[in-house]
Design a protein around this ligand. Structure first.
Ligand SMILES: [Zn+2]
Length: 637
């Protein structure tokens, strides 16, 4: 062998330097300018937590790594580094699973390819990109020592590929529960690593969703990623106070800032009081804190085989504290947007108020609307923001249970009363009682006497159905509807056309969707008066609230969906009545009509100004949030 050949041989066969993943990343990865905030050679000093997470993956003792992090934390860059490391430094067959095929395509085209092109040492690692090379497509790329497949969790075909040493599940909390008919996408993907038992790497990355809960049958729902986190070492990211040096997890609820009214939070007013010395920590301190930040394991004795890491919003590399505060102020009043903020911007799980606490919480709401003391005669039943009354009637063998709800714009709801009319519904007497009750008028804050606008009566019990039809049919012109809960969890809230029955009409209602709506609203933060909010008065007894909260969401293997069902040994008449009353509202009254009614009722003289005030309410958008399906009155057969 001559010297030149020997030199070339040495150059090519020189073993690659042993590098941890973070060392490798900072040496080889260059971020393209078009796709990231931080173009140029990758510098992990900005996102130091990534170092620990990356090095855990390249640690031979670790087979599983879970990383829970918010947006702005550079977690996509992290995913790109993992893929390229296992193509270049430790070539291994790999599978990357994105929530959907189109996200898989975006990951490949939008992030992976530009990074490869921007990184001189990695150029051409997946072959020549422009050639019509079957080995280098968007979702499948070959490299020396392995193949990378990129799949969507919604498509079982892509998941069931060849054996893989490395499988990365990205944004797991956005996965469908099942991939087609094949079952859980994570189990399918994980099964690919079977032949690499000891050396496999399973990587789970996501921002979380709901706190995981188990139903009575042991079936889990809620954040899949957070469940993984809990099974690992549970390492939290801590930063040292610049004043006293104390390490602490920076949590958003401690952040202080001035009240900007409707505008953006002024960065000058934002600070974080240290948990120990209470001295203000500000945005300017963050770079120096970063350099000394670290993960602390909170689960003692957990095996290094599964390391799990959590980084929160205030520590995310590219999140600015004043921007987070501004976003929070915009989103805090609506449970739907607040949840997205917590999950995505802060990277924390959303905790639904548990039934027990929730019952107590709701009971503290149960006060007279007139605000007067208990020994004074009730001034009114219905406050000024409500203008329409609807009743829901639940039919039992020995009684009727009726709930009366008052409605405002955006389906803001006020309980008026819940009553029991005793008697056998196969006999006329109890129906006569219901007639009398339906004729009652209720006092509005304006002094007006309000009649009941519409009523829905449960015809779901086969033995009772004929009696219900017979009572409802002649009253249909007065908006008295016979209703029955639809079996399908996806049925529309109210039917386009009623079903003909003898005598009269039957309205099949989407009870699953109606329950979902009530429960989302019952979970709204206390005191957030506005569209969707549920008010209770002094007539809401503990038993009533228990019944109202008596439903739980359970997995239904037949429809492969979760649906609302009564908890074991729990009565749910109040919840049923609430669904029927809401259906009666949807069948009878449009939101615009309600606005007009309220305007007339509350201020007949200055309707002009009231009109303006009402129009300025954010109901149009907020109501949209709560109402995915539009409601039009279609009570006439
Ligand atoms: Zn301190």
């Amino acid at each position: 062998m001559n010297e030149a050949v020997r030199a070339r041989f040495r150059r090519h066969c020189r073993p690659k330097p042993k590098l941890t993943m973070s060392e490798w990343a900072e040496r080889y990865v260059v971020l393209p300018s078009a796709t990231t905030r931080q173009a140029g050679k990758l510098r992990l000093a900005v996102a130091p937590y990534l170092r620990t997470v990356m090095d855990a993956i390249s640690d031979p003792r670790t087979q599983r790594v879970t990383f829970i992090a918010p947006s702005q934390s550079a977690k996509t860059t992290f995913g790109i580094v993992v893929v390229l490391y296992f193509a270049h430094q430790e070539p291994s067959p790999q599978l990357v699973v994105q929530p959907t095929i189109s996200m898989a395509t975006d990951f490949s085209k939008g992030r992976l390819t530009p990074t490869v092109e921007a990184s001189p040492d990695l150029n051409g690692i997946f072959g020549v990109p422009r050639s019509r090379d079957a080995n280098n497509t968007i979702l499948s790329k070959q490299f020396a020592g392995g193949q990378l497949d990129i799949a969507g969790a919604n498509s079982p075909a892509g998941l069931a590929s060849r054996p893989k040493r490395v499988v990365m599940f990205d944004e797991v909390d956005r996965y469908p529960e099942e991939a087609g008919n094949e079952g859980d996408p994570i189990s399918i993907g994980e099964a690919r690593t079977r032949s690499f038992q000891r050396t496999r790497k399973i990587i789970i990355v996501t921002s979380p969703t709901d706190e995981p809960v188990q139903d009575a049958d042991g079936r889990w729902s809620g954040s899949r990623g957070w469940r993984e986190y809990l099974e690992g070492t549970r390492e939290v990211w801590e930063e040292p106070c610049p004043h006293c040096g104390e390490y602490q997890v920076l949590t958003f609820d401690r952040l202080k800032y001035g009240d900007p009214g409707d505008g953006a939070v002024d960065p000058e007013t934002v600070y974080y009081p240290c948990v120990v010395c209470e001295q203000p920590i500000t945005e300017e301190h963050r770079p120096q804190m970063r350099a000394r930040s670290r993960f602390r394991q909170t689960r003692e004795g957990a095996s290094l085989a599964h390391r799990s890491f959590h980084v929160q919003g205030l520590s995310a590399a590219f999140a600015l504290w004043d921007e987070l505060a501004t976003e929070f102020r915009k989103k805090k009043n609506d449970p739907v947007t607040l949840k997205t903020f917590l999950n995505t911007a802060l990277g924390v799980v959303w905790k639904d108020v548990r039934a027990e606490n929730q019952k107590d919480l709701l009971l503290t709401r149960a006060k007279r609307y007139d605000g007067l003391s208990d020994d004074v005669e009730l001034a009114y039943d219905v406050p000024r923001d409500a203008g329409v009354l609807t009743a829901g009637v639940d039919v039992q063998h020995d009684r009727l249970e009726v709930s009366l709800w008052a409605w405002g714009v955006g389906q803001q709801a006020w309980l008026v009363t819940h009553e029991i009319l005793h008697g056998d519904p196969t006999q006329p007497l109890v129906w006569e009682r219901l007639d009398e009750w339906r004729a009652l008028k209720w006092t509005h804050e304006s002094g007006a006497k309000l009649p009941i606008t519409a009523m829905a009566v449960d015809a779901g019990d086969g033995n009772m159905a004929n009696h219900v039809y017979r009572w409802c049919a002649p009253r249909l012109g007065e908006q008295v509807f016979a209703v029955k809960g639809h079996n399908s969890p996806t049925a529309p809230l109210t039917p386009r056309v009623p079903t003909k029955v003898k005598p009269g009409r039957l309205y099949m209602i989407g009870v699953n969707g109606l329950t979902e709506r009530w429960y989302r609203r019952l979970n709204m933060p206390d005191g957030s008066h506005g569209p969707g909010y549920v008010h209770l008065n002094h007539r809401a007894t503990e038993d009533f609230v228990k019944q109202l909260l008596g439903m739980e969401r359970k997995y239904d293997p037949k429809t492969r969906r979760r649906r609302w069902v009564p908890r074991k040994n729990t009565r749910v008449e109040a919840a049923d009545c609430a669904n029927y009353a809401l259906a009666a509202l949807l069948l009878s009254t449009r939101d615009e009509e309600l606005v007009a009614i309220l305007r007339r009722m509350n201020d007949p003289v200055t309707a002009e100004t009231t009109g303006k005030a009402t129009a300025a309410m954010p109901y149009a958008t907020a109501a949209d949030l709560y109402d995915s399906s539009p409601s039009t009155p279609r009570w006439l057969p």
